[in-house]
Write a protein that binds this ligand. Structure first.
Ligand code: ZN
Length: 348
């Protein structure tokens, strides 16, 4: 059995190295997983560039990666799994007994362990490692026809299913998404599935917008030079729901500004840390429901099902694959929005 793992470990801004970590003996109640694939997320990119994402600051070496899949190679104790099972790995471990868990909102668990995150100290190590350990409840079996690459993208799809759920019943409604990165695009696909009649995608870069068009956006708007086009659209057919996915103060202000009176704004993007000025009087005067959306709860299972039954083609977002051993270069590639949407790490 393997006793070490080679892991993409962040030591500081732009200082990501493949480092051997001791794994030790597998603890009782855990399973050991051999890396199958891993999606590079916007938060991984923020950690890589700035050693922080939003208010989460890297204070000690952090193994990145929370969009992961792999093969069960060892089981410690009883588990509804067997060696050789191919699994999508939910990066969240919920306690199941805190107030949030009892309310059915496990993403808000007070005692959550979330892989590849510096939200707590000591940090929670991620899954960009050729072997990593998880609890059986994190491991959702995937059918043979589902690739590890697709299974790894159950996590970002779950984020978007949760965001759409936070918007409530969107059937027949008109929506706008600020940010055409992978989360914006998957939110668009999830909103279509939930019956949203019309989805506009706005961004400041042409390449992601062209990608959004190919994936089925009703309209795309380049707002780099201002929002005149959007305002004209909204004047004739108001937006009922706005999703802020860009992770910028400008995106959030635009979402609040453009949504109709009585509309809903869902904030998925993780804005830069600290105090962010927002047009709060517009929230008041338009009676906007401003709703946060953080990670996901039981949507993870649903995401795996939607991928397995072909309802959502997550691989349509993948613009490049790189081996795990080339993670630092893959992060740099992912940061280039002119050529990358989703970059996925593979075992070889
Ligand atoms: Zn809990």
């Amino acid at each position: 059995m393997t006793s070490t793992a080679l892991a993409a470990t962040l030591f500081g801004p732009e200082d990501l190295r493949m480092v051997e970590h001791p794994l030790g003996k597998l603890a009782d109640g855990m399973v050991r997983v051999r890396f199958g694939a891993g999606g590079i997320c916007g938060s991984d990119m923020h950690y890589f560039r700035h050693a922080r994402t939003g208010d989460f600051v890297v204070k000690s070496p952090l193994v990145l990666g929370h969009e992961i899949s792999g093969e069960v190679v060892e089981i410690g104790g009883a588990a509804n799994l067997k060696v050789g099972d191919r699994v999508a790995v939910n990066p969240s471990r919920w306690c199941g007994h805190c107030v949030a868990c009892r309310e059915g909102r496990p993403n808000l668990c007070e005692n959550i362990y979330f892989m590849g995150s510096a939200s707590k100290t000591p940090h929670m190590q991620g899954g960009f490692a050729n072997y990593f350990d998880a609890i059986p409840a994190q491991c959702v079996k995937i059918p043979d026809h589902v690739s590890y690459q697709a299974a790894a993208l159950a996590e970002p799809l779950a984020v978007c299913l949760h965001a759409v759920a936070r918007a409530g019943n969107i059937e027949g409604k008109r929506g706008i998404i600020f940010g055409a990165g992978p989360i914006g695009l998957l939110t668009m696909l999830a909103a279509h599935r939930a019956g949203m009649a019309d989805v506009t995608v706005a961004d400041i870069a042409p390449a992601p917008l062209a990608f959004a068009s190919r994936l089925g956006a009703s309209h795309v708007e380049n707002v780099a030079g201002g929002e005149e086009g959007l305002k004209a659209q909204a004047a004739s057919r108001p937006y009922d729901v706005a999703f802020e996915v860009s992770g910028t103060a400008a995106g959030l202000a635009s979402a609040i500004g453009i949504v109709r009176r009585g509309g809903i704004v869902v904030q998925i993007g993780n804005l830069p840390g600290g105090q962010i000025p927002t047009p709060s009087n517009a929230v008041m005067a338009k009676e906007i429901d401003l709703r946060g959306s953080f990670r996901f709860g039981f949507e993870f299972m649903n995401a795996v099902e939607l991928i397995a039954d072909g309802s959502v083609d997550v691989l349509s977002l993948v613009t490049a694959e790189r081996p795990l051993s080339a993670a630092p270069d893959a992060l740099r590639l992912a940061l280039d929005r002119s050529q990358s949407v989703k970059v996925v790490l593979t075992a070889n």
